[in-house]
Design a protein around this ligand. Structure first.
Ligand code: ADP
Ligand code: MG
Length: 359
Protein backbone atom coordinates (compact mmCIF):
# COMPACT_ATOMS: atom_id res chain seq x y z
CA UNK A 1 0.00 0.00 0.00
CA UNK A 2 1.21 3.45 -0.69
CA UNK A 3 0.74 7.13 -0.28
CA UNK A 4 0.57 8.62 -3.77
CA UNK A 5 2.08 12.05 -4.41
CA UNK A 6 1.29 14.05 -7.54
CA UNK A 7 4.01 16.65 -7.82
CA UNK A 8 3.57 19.51 -10.27
CA UNK A 9 1.79 17.09 -12.58
CA UNK A 10 0.20 18.09 -15.89
CA UNK A 11 -0.56 16.36 -19.16
CA UNK A 12 -1.21 17.35 -22.73
CA UNK A 13 -1.88 14.93 -25.58
CA UNK A 14 -0.38 17.50 -27.97
CA UNK A 15 3.33 17.37 -28.83
CA UNK A 16 3.93 21.09 -28.21
CA UNK A 17 1.36 22.45 -25.78
CA UNK A 18 1.41 26.21 -25.37
CA UNK A 19 -1.87 27.40 -23.83
CA UNK A 20 -3.57 26.08 -20.70
CA UNK A 21 -6.40 24.80 -22.91
CA UNK A 22 -3.92 22.44 -24.58
CA UNK A 23 -3.71 20.44 -21.35
CA UNK A 24 -6.15 17.57 -20.70
CA UNK A 25 -4.86 17.65 -17.12
CA UNK A 26 -3.93 21.01 -15.65
CA UNK A 27 -1.18 21.42 -13.07
CA UNK A 28 -1.83 19.40 -9.96
CA UNK A 29 -0.14 19.01 -6.55
CA UNK A 30 -1.64 16.48 -4.13
CA UNK A 31 -0.89 13.81 -1.59
CA UNK A 32 -3.31 10.91 -1.63
CA UNK A 33 -3.17 9.21 1.74
CA UNK A 34 -2.11 5.62 2.17
CA UNK A 35 -5.03 3.27 2.69
CA UNK A 36 -7.75 5.76 1.81
CA UNK A 37 -10.63 5.10 -0.63
CA UNK A 38 -10.96 7.93 -3.15
CA UNK A 39 -13.59 8.46 -5.81
CA UNK A 40 -12.58 10.51 -8.83
CA UNK A 41 -15.80 12.21 -9.96
CA UNK A 42 -16.57 14.43 -12.93
CA UNK A 43 -18.39 14.54 -16.23
CA UNK A 44 -17.16 12.77 -19.34
CA UNK A 45 -13.98 14.26 -20.82
CA UNK A 46 -12.82 16.13 -17.68
CA UNK A 47 -9.57 14.12 -17.41
CA UNK A 48 -10.35 11.29 -14.98
CA UNK A 49 -8.91 8.47 -17.09
CA UNK A 50 -5.92 10.62 -18.00
CA UNK A 51 -5.07 11.06 -14.33
CA UNK A 52 -5.67 7.40 -13.50
CA UNK A 53 -3.52 6.21 -16.39
CA UNK A 54 -0.69 8.49 -15.28
CA UNK A 55 -0.86 6.99 -11.78
CA UNK A 56 -0.80 3.46 -13.18
CA UNK A 57 1.98 4.20 -15.68
CA UNK A 58 0.00 3.59 -18.87
CA UNK A 59 0.63 7.23 -19.69
CA UNK A 60 3.73 9.33 -19.08
CA UNK A 61 2.91 12.88 -17.98
CA UNK A 62 4.20 15.80 -20.03
CA UNK A 63 5.19 17.50 -16.79
CA UNK A 64 5.85 16.64 -13.14
CA UNK A 65 6.42 13.53 -11.05
CA UNK A 66 4.46 10.70 -9.38
CA UNK A 67 5.77 9.30 -6.11
CA UNK A 68 4.67 6.12 -4.32
CA UNK A 69 5.68 6.43 -0.65
CA UNK A 70 8.10 9.19 -1.65
CA UNK A 71 9.79 6.98 -4.28
CA UNK A 72 9.79 8.53 -7.75
CA UNK A 73 7.99 6.13 -10.11
CA UNK A 74 7.41 8.57 -12.97
CA UNK A 75 9.57 6.66 -15.44
CA UNK A 76 8.67 3.17 -14.19
CA UNK A 77 6.44 0.98 -16.36
CA UNK A 78 3.11 -0.27 -15.00
CA UNK A 79 4.52 -3.72 -14.16
CA UNK A 80 7.04 -2.24 -11.72
CA UNK A 81 4.50 -0.08 -9.92
CA UNK A 82 2.74 -3.05 -8.34
CA UNK A 83 -0.81 -1.85 -8.85
CA UNK A 84 -4.02 -3.46 -10.05
CA UNK A 85 -6.22 -1.66 -12.55
CA UNK A 86 -9.73 -2.52 -13.69
CA UNK A 87 -11.13 -0.85 -16.80
CA UNK A 88 -14.58 0.04 -18.04
CA UNK A 89 -14.73 -2.98 -20.33
CA UNK A 90 -13.67 -6.55 -19.49
CA UNK A 91 -10.11 -7.70 -20.05
CA UNK A 92 -10.12 -11.48 -19.68
CA UNK A 93 -8.35 -14.44 -21.26
CA UNK A 94 -11.11 -16.13 -23.27
CA UNK A 95 -9.39 -19.51 -23.55
CA UNK A 96 -8.79 -19.77 -19.80
CA UNK A 97 -11.30 -20.90 -17.21
CA UNK A 98 -12.72 -18.43 -14.74
CA UNK A 99 -10.51 -20.03 -12.08
CA UNK A 100 -7.32 -19.59 -14.14
CA UNK A 101 -8.25 -16.01 -14.98
CA UNK A 102 -8.61 -15.20 -11.29
CA UNK A 103 -5.44 -17.09 -10.35
CA UNK A 104 -3.35 -15.47 -13.09
CA UNK A 105 -2.02 -12.43 -11.16
CA UNK A 106 -1.06 -14.68 -8.23
CA UNK A 107 0.66 -17.37 -10.36
CA UNK A 108 2.48 -14.61 -12.16
CA UNK A 109 3.98 -13.57 -8.83
CA UNK A 110 4.85 -17.15 -7.88
CA UNK A 111 2.37 -17.42 -5.02
CA UNK A 112 1.97 -20.70 -3.14
CA UNK A 113 -0.60 -23.04 -4.85
CA UNK A 114 -2.51 -23.72 -1.64
CA UNK A 115 -2.84 -20.00 -1.01
CA UNK A 116 -3.93 -19.43 -4.64
CA UNK A 117 -6.66 -22.04 -4.29
CA UNK A 118 -8.10 -20.45 -1.14
CA UNK A 119 -7.80 -16.92 -2.37
CA UNK A 120 -9.47 -17.69 -5.72
CA UNK A 121 -12.33 -19.36 -3.87
CA UNK A 122 -12.73 -16.31 -1.65
CA UNK A 123 -12.75 -13.89 -4.58
CA UNK A 124 -15.16 -16.08 -6.57
CA UNK A 125 -17.53 -15.85 -3.65
CA UNK A 126 -17.22 -12.07 -3.53
CA UNK A 127 -18.10 -11.68 -7.20
CA UNK A 128 -20.76 -14.41 -7.07
CA UNK A 129 -19.06 -16.79 -9.52
CA UNK A 130 -18.29 -19.86 -7.39
CA UNK A 131 -20.48 -22.03 -9.61
CA UNK A 132 -18.65 -21.01 -12.77
CA UNK A 133 -15.02 -21.51 -11.78
CA UNK A 134 -14.43 -24.35 -14.22
CA UNK A 135 -16.06 -22.69 -17.21
CA UNK A 136 -14.06 -21.09 -19.97
CA UNK A 137 -14.43 -17.30 -20.07
CA UNK A 138 -15.36 -17.53 -23.75
CA UNK A 139 -19.12 -17.43 -24.17
CA UNK A 140 -19.82 -15.74 -20.85
CA UNK A 141 -21.85 -12.52 -20.88
CA UNK A 142 -20.10 -9.12 -20.81
CA UNK A 143 -21.45 -8.72 -17.31
CA UNK A 144 -19.84 -11.97 -16.12
CA UNK A 145 -16.57 -11.15 -17.86
CA UNK A 146 -16.46 -7.79 -16.11
CA UNK A 147 -16.94 -9.51 -12.79
CA UNK A 148 -13.90 -11.65 -13.61
CA UNK A 149 -11.94 -8.46 -14.40
CA UNK A 150 -12.98 -7.03 -11.05
CA UNK A 151 -12.03 -10.25 -9.30
CA UNK A 152 -8.62 -10.24 -10.97
CA UNK A 153 -8.15 -6.66 -9.81
CA UNK A 154 -8.94 -7.61 -6.23
CA UNK A 155 -7.13 -10.93 -5.98
CA UNK A 156 -3.70 -9.67 -4.91
CA UNK A 157 -3.39 -8.44 -1.35
CA UNK A 158 0.07 -6.92 -1.74
CA UNK A 159 -0.58 -4.17 -4.29
CA UNK A 160 0.37 -0.51 -3.79
CA UNK A 161 -3.02 0.64 -5.01
CA UNK A 162 -6.21 -0.56 -6.67
CA UNK A 163 -7.42 1.58 -9.55
CA UNK A 164 -10.90 1.28 -11.02
CA UNK A 165 -11.97 3.18 -14.13
CA UNK A 166 -15.80 3.20 -14.27
CA UNK A 167 -15.75 -0.57 -13.68
CA UNK A 168 -19.48 -1.09 -13.28
CA UNK A 169 -20.63 0.48 -16.56
CA UNK A 170 -21.55 -2.85 -18.17
CA UNK A 171 -22.91 -4.41 -14.97
CA UNK A 172 -26.68 -4.55 -14.56
CA UNK A 173 -28.14 -2.18 -11.92
CA UNK A 174 -28.92 -4.55 -9.04
CA UNK A 175 -25.51 -6.24 -9.29
CA UNK A 176 -23.86 -2.79 -9.31
CA UNK A 177 -24.93 -2.12 -5.77
CA UNK A 178 -23.78 -5.59 -4.69
CA UNK A 179 -20.31 -5.22 -6.24
CA UNK A 180 -19.82 -1.73 -4.90
CA UNK A 181 -20.60 -3.05 -1.43
CA UNK A 182 -18.03 -5.82 -1.98
CA UNK A 183 -15.39 -3.31 -3.02
CA UNK A 184 -16.10 -1.29 0.08
CA UNK A 185 -15.80 -4.28 2.37
CA UNK A 186 -12.59 -5.27 0.60
CA UNK A 187 -11.28 -1.83 1.42
CA UNK A 188 -12.25 -2.18 5.08
CA UNK A 189 -10.65 -5.61 5.24
CA UNK A 190 -7.31 -4.89 3.55
CA UNK A 191 -7.00 -1.11 3.73
CA UNK A 192 -5.70 -0.73 0.20
CA UNK A 193 -5.30 2.70 -1.31
CA UNK A 194 -8.18 2.72 -3.80
CA UNK A 195 -9.07 5.13 -6.57
CA UNK A 196 -12.46 4.67 -8.14
CA UNK A 197 -13.35 6.69 -11.23
CA UNK A 198 -16.98 7.46 -11.90
CA UNK A 199 -19.25 10.11 -13.39
CA UNK A 200 -22.06 9.06 -11.04
CA UNK A 201 -22.31 11.08 -7.83
CA UNK A 202 -24.24 8.39 -5.96
CA UNK A 203 -21.54 5.86 -6.74
CA UNK A 204 -18.83 8.30 -5.65
CA UNK A 205 -20.53 9.37 -2.44
CA UNK A 206 -21.39 5.84 -1.32
CA UNK A 207 -18.01 4.33 -2.14
CA UNK A 208 -15.44 6.84 -1.01
CA UNK A 209 -14.03 8.38 2.17
CA UNK A 210 -12.85 11.29 0.04
CA UNK A 211 -14.29 12.45 -3.25
CA UNK A 212 -11.99 14.18 -5.75
CA UNK A 213 -14.12 16.35 -8.02
CA UNK A 214 -12.69 17.16 -11.44
CA UNK A 215 -13.87 19.78 -13.88
CA UNK A 216 -12.26 20.71 -17.17
CA UNK A 217 -8.88 19.08 -16.48
CA UNK A 218 -8.66 20.43 -12.95
CA UNK A 219 -9.21 19.02 -9.49
CA UNK A 220 -11.66 21.54 -8.06
CA UNK A 221 -12.16 19.97 -4.63
CA UNK A 222 -11.11 17.00 -2.55
CA UNK A 223 -13.44 16.44 0.36
CA UNK A 224 -15.73 14.22 2.34
CA UNK A 225 -19.30 13.95 1.07
CA UNK A 226 -20.29 16.34 3.86
CA UNK A 227 -17.71 18.96 2.85
CA UNK A 228 -18.83 18.77 -0.79
CA UNK A 229 -22.39 19.26 0.34
CA UNK A 230 -21.85 22.06 2.86
CA UNK A 231 -18.98 24.05 1.41
CA UNK A 232 -18.57 23.45 -2.33
CA UNK A 233 -15.26 25.14 -3.18
CA UNK A 234 -16.31 25.73 -6.78
CA UNK A 235 -19.75 26.42 -8.24
CA UNK A 236 -19.32 23.28 -10.38
CA UNK A 237 -19.15 21.13 -7.23
CA UNK A 238 -22.33 22.76 -5.94
CA UNK A 239 -24.13 22.22 -9.19
CA UNK A 240 -22.80 18.71 -9.97
CA UNK A 241 -23.36 17.23 -6.52
CA UNK A 242 -26.83 17.22 -5.04
CA UNK A 243 -30.23 16.49 -6.43
CA UNK A 244 -31.11 19.05 -7.53
CA UNK A 245 -27.79 20.88 -7.35
CA UNK A 246 -27.00 24.18 -5.67
CA UNK A 247 -28.88 27.34 -6.73
CA UNK A 248 -26.37 29.87 -8.07
CA UNK A 249 -27.40 33.52 -8.44
CA UNK A 250 -25.55 36.63 -9.62
CA UNK A 251 -25.11 39.04 -6.73
CA UNK A 252 -23.34 42.11 -5.43
CA UNK A 253 -21.82 41.43 -2.06
CA UNK A 254 -20.63 43.96 0.50
CA UNK A 255 -19.82 42.79 4.00
CA UNK A 256 -22.71 40.69 5.27
CA UNK A 257 -25.24 41.91 2.70
CA UNK A 258 -25.99 40.77 -0.83
CA UNK A 259 -28.13 42.35 -3.49
CA UNK A 260 -29.68 39.85 -5.90
CA UNK A 261 -31.57 41.42 -8.83
CA UNK A 262 -32.51 44.43 -6.71
CA UNK A 263 -33.49 42.50 -3.57
CA UNK A 264 -31.31 42.83 -0.50
CA UNK A 265 -30.64 39.76 1.62
CA UNK A 266 -28.57 39.18 4.74
CA UNK A 267 -25.74 36.68 4.56
CA UNK A 268 -25.26 36.22 8.30
CA UNK A 269 -21.46 36.47 7.93
CA UNK A 270 -19.09 39.07 6.50
CA UNK A 271 -17.42 38.49 3.12
CA UNK A 272 -15.61 41.81 2.55
CA UNK A 273 -15.94 43.02 -1.03
CA UNK A 274 -15.31 40.04 -3.32
CA UNK A 275 -13.93 40.88 -6.78
CA UNK A 276 -14.70 39.56 -10.25
CA UNK A 277 -17.94 37.78 -11.10
CA UNK A 278 -19.73 37.46 -7.76
CA UNK A 279 -22.41 34.85 -7.12
CA UNK A 280 -24.13 33.35 -4.14
CA UNK A 281 -24.82 29.62 -3.94
CA UNK A 282 -27.53 28.08 -1.77
CA UNK A 283 -28.53 24.44 -1.85
CA UNK A 284 -32.28 23.66 -2.19
CA UNK A 285 -32.09 22.11 1.30
CA UNK A 286 -31.32 25.57 2.75
CA UNK A 287 -34.00 27.32 0.71
CA UNK A 288 -37.61 27.77 1.81
CA UNK A 289 -40.84 29.26 0.48
CA UNK A 290 -42.56 32.04 2.34
CA UNK A 291 -45.52 34.37 2.02
CA UNK A 292 -45.08 38.08 2.63
CA UNK A 293 -42.62 40.74 1.59
CA UNK A 294 -39.30 39.34 2.84
CA UNK A 295 -37.00 37.39 0.51
CA UNK A 296 -36.64 37.02 -3.23
CA UNK A 297 -39.89 37.45 -5.19
CA UNK A 298 -40.63 34.30 -7.21
CA UNK A 299 -43.32 32.50 -9.14
CA UNK A 300 -43.83 28.80 -8.43
CA UNK A 301 -43.64 26.87 -11.68
CA UNK A 302 -43.94 23.26 -10.61
CA UNK A 303 -44.00 21.00 -7.56
CA UNK A 304 -42.51 17.52 -7.91
CA UNK A 305 -43.26 14.92 -5.28
CA UNK A 306 -40.24 12.63 -5.12
CA UNK A 307 -41.38 10.54 -2.14
CA UNK A 308 -39.17 11.60 0.76
CA UNK A 309 -39.74 15.29 0.02
CA UNK A 310 -41.01 17.73 -2.59
CA UNK A 311 -38.94 19.69 -5.07
CA UNK A 312 -40.41 23.10 -5.84
CA UNK A 313 -39.25 24.74 -9.08
CA UNK A 314 -39.60 28.49 -8.86
CA UNK A 315 -38.83 31.24 -11.33
CA UNK A 316 -36.84 34.28 -10.26
CA UNK A 317 -36.46 36.80 -13.11
CA UNK A 318 -35.92 33.97 -15.61
CA UNK A 319 -33.58 31.95 -13.36
CA UNK A 320 -34.80 28.71 -11.84
CA UNK A 321 -34.49 28.39 -8.06
CA UNK A 322 -35.14 24.96 -6.55
CA UNK A 323 -36.52 24.48 -3.07
CA UNK A 324 -36.71 21.25 -1.12
CA UNK A 325 -39.84 21.17 1.02
CA UNK A 326 -40.78 18.51 3.56
CA UNK A 327 -43.25 15.86 2.42
CA UNK A 328 -46.02 17.13 4.69
CA UNK A 329 -45.41 20.83 4.06
CA UNK A 330 -48.32 22.68 2.52
CA UNK A 331 -47.55 24.86 -0.47
CA UNK A 332 -50.11 27.62 -0.82
CA UNK A 333 -50.72 29.95 -3.77
CA UNK A 334 -49.74 33.00 -1.71
CA UNK A 335 -46.17 31.74 -1.30
CA UNK A 336 -44.38 34.21 -3.48
CA UNK A 337 -41.02 34.59 -1.76
CA UNK A 338 -37.91 32.55 -1.26
CA UNK A 339 -35.81 32.84 1.88
CA UNK A 340 -32.42 31.32 2.62
CA UNK A 341 -31.09 29.75 5.78
CA UNK A 342 -27.89 31.80 6.16
CA UNK A 343 -26.02 28.74 7.47
CA UNK A 344 -26.22 27.36 3.93
CA UNK A 345 -25.24 30.44 1.92
CA UNK A 346 -21.87 30.43 0.14
CA UNK A 347 -20.32 33.33 -1.76
CA UNK A 348 -18.33 32.83 -4.98
CA UNK A 349 -15.89 35.02 -6.83
CA UNK A 350 -15.10 33.92 -10.40
CA UNK A 351 -16.64 30.52 -9.52
CA UNK A 352 -14.38 29.92 -6.46
CA UNK A 353 -15.71 30.04 -2.91
CA UNK A 354 -14.90 33.06 -0.77
CA UNK A 355 -14.19 32.13 2.85
CA UNK A 356 -16.29 34.16 5.28
CA UNK A 357 -14.45 36.61 7.54
CA UNK A 358 -13.21 35.10 10.77
CA UNK A 359 -13.52 31.56 9.39
P1 ADP B 1 -12.65 11.21 -18.72
O1 ADP B 1 -12.01 9.92 -18.35
O2 ADP B 1 -12.89 12.12 -17.55
O3 ADP B 1 -13.88 11.05 -19.55
P2 ADP B 1 -10.26 11.59 -20.37
O4 ADP B 1 -9.14 11.62 -19.41
O5 ADP B 1 -10.49 10.33 -21.12
O6 ADP B 1 -11.61 12.05 -19.63
O7 ADP B 1 -10.08 12.75 -21.42
C1 ADP B 1 -9.71 14.07 -21.08
C2 ADP B 1 -9.51 14.88 -22.37
O8 ADP B 1 -8.39 14.37 -23.08
C3 ADP B 1 -10.69 14.82 -23.33
O9 ADP B 1 -10.83 16.08 -23.92
C4 ADP B 1 -10.28 13.77 -24.33
O10 ADP B 1 -10.87 14.01 -25.57
C5 ADP B 1 -8.77 13.94 -24.39
N1 ADP B 1 -8.07 12.66 -24.67
C6 ADP B 1 -8.19 11.51 -23.98
N2 ADP B 1 -7.40 10.55 -24.49
C7 ADP B 1 -6.76 11.10 -25.54
C8 ADP B 1 -5.80 10.63 -26.49
N3 ADP B 1 -5.32 9.40 -26.43
N4 ADP B 1 -5.38 11.50 -27.45
C9 ADP B 1 -5.83 12.77 -27.48
N5 ADP B 1 -6.73 13.28 -26.65
C10 ADP B 1 -7.20 12.46 -25.67
MG1 MG C 1 -12.65 7.94 -18.73
Amino acid sequence: MAKITLDNLAHSYLPNPTREDDYALKELNHDWADGEAYALLGSSGCGKSTLLNIISGLLHPSQGRILFNDRDVTMEPTTQRNIAQVFQFPVVYDTMTVRDNLAFPLRNRGADPAYIKDRVQQIAQMIGMEEMLNRKARGLTADAKQKISLGRGMVREDVNALLFDEPLTVIDPHMKWELRTQLKSLHHEFGHTMIYVTHDQTEALTFADKVVVMYDGRVVQIGTPQQLFETPEHTFVGYFIGSPGMNVLDAQVTGDQAVVAGTQISLGKGFGTPKGKVEIGVRPEFTALAAGDVGLPVTIKRVEDVGRHKIVRADFHGTEINVIAAEGEGISPDMNRIVFDTAGVNVYSDSWRVAPMGA
